[in-house]
Design a protein around this ligand. Structure first.
Ligand SMILES: [Zn+2]
Length: 151
């Protein structure tokens, strides 16, 4: 006991690491359709016939590879929501906005995104419509779908 040198238990620092992720075939097609066509794509499960939007390569219900592309929305119905009134510098949206789950027309699953127009009027069951980034400013990320407006 005693006699051993005592040093720092923790050294603090930062590691900056540039990285690129592959989007994969399902998300890649989804982002490409948003960017190039202003369309929200889902993928149909050939076994249970559900349309997964956002698309997944494999149906989580039955384990079947998804196949056919289906255009979903641009309208849909809010299934869950929370209103954000305080500024949140870590999000791209200015308060007030609502984080929502939306069941797009033609889809069997919900997409999580935000209502940026009419956020205080969001209710479960409210109709919303997609708002896309202006053509020419789209870059192939989820914010090519800027958000949703309450109808
Ligand atoms: Zn399925």
């Amino acid at each position: 006991m005693g006699g051993e040198p005592v040093g720092p238990a923790v050294l603090e620092g930062e590691i900056h690491l540039a990285y690129r992720w592959t989007t994969g075939p399902a998300t890649g097609a989804f982002l490409t359709a948003l960017r190039d066509r202003g369309v929200i794509l889902g993928l149909r499960c050939p076994s249970c016939r559900r349309v997964l939007c956002p698309p997944l390569e494999v149906c989580p219900r039955c384990g079947t590879e998804t196949a056919g592309e289906v255009e979903c929305g641009p309208g849909g119905r809010v299934t869950a929501w929370t209103l954000v009134e305080a500024p949140t510098p870590w999000t791209p949206w200015e308060a007030p906005y609502a984080l929502i789950s939306v069941r797009l027309d033609g889809a069997s699953t919900d997409l999580v995104h935000a209502v940026t127009e009419g956020a205080r009027r969001v209710r479960t069951g409210a109709r919303v419509k997609a708002v896309f980034r202006t053509v020419g400013r789209r870059v192939g990320d989820i914010l090519d779908l800027e958000g949703f407006a309450v109808e």
